[in-house]
Design a binder for this molecule. Sequence first.
Ligand code: HEC
Length: 122
Amino acid sequence: MVSKLIRIGCVVFTSLLFWGCGGDEPEVKKIELPKGNAVRGKEIYGNTCAMCHGPDGNADTPVGKRLEVKKLTDAGRMSAFSDEDIVNTVQNGKGKMPGFGKKLSPQELADTIEFVRGLSGK
Ligand code: HEC
């Protein structure tokens, strides 16, 4: 009687175990960005990024030249960056670019990235 209960317990336990594991994706830490809006992104970019990167991303501004700001229109470079890379650059800075920390919300980050992607088409 007891052994039968144990056997049933095992079956239930094993199926729960499999059920619990089924379809699990390998866990990757990803920043969940909402869907970006390029029109709002253009405004944020204009207020936050354009003085260095230029309104059109060409970095053709006095500050852009002095700091050797990278062009955001370079499709070859931009296609190599994931959204996460850009979030990371914006939050933590890169070289002479200052980090913005948590100043931009996830929605603002997504909007800005959507606009920045449009500059290079990538
Ligand atoms: C004070 C000037 C300044 C501001 C403001 C600024 N950046 Fe930058 N940014 C730079 C510089 C300088 C680099 C080059 C860093 C390096 O690689 O040394 C850079 C690099 C980047 C890169 C990587 C490009 C590449 O090809 O390596 C991205 C993406 C970027 N900036 C996006 C942004 C966004 C989006 C904003 C606005 C939220 C912003 N930046 C605001 C100066 C600035």
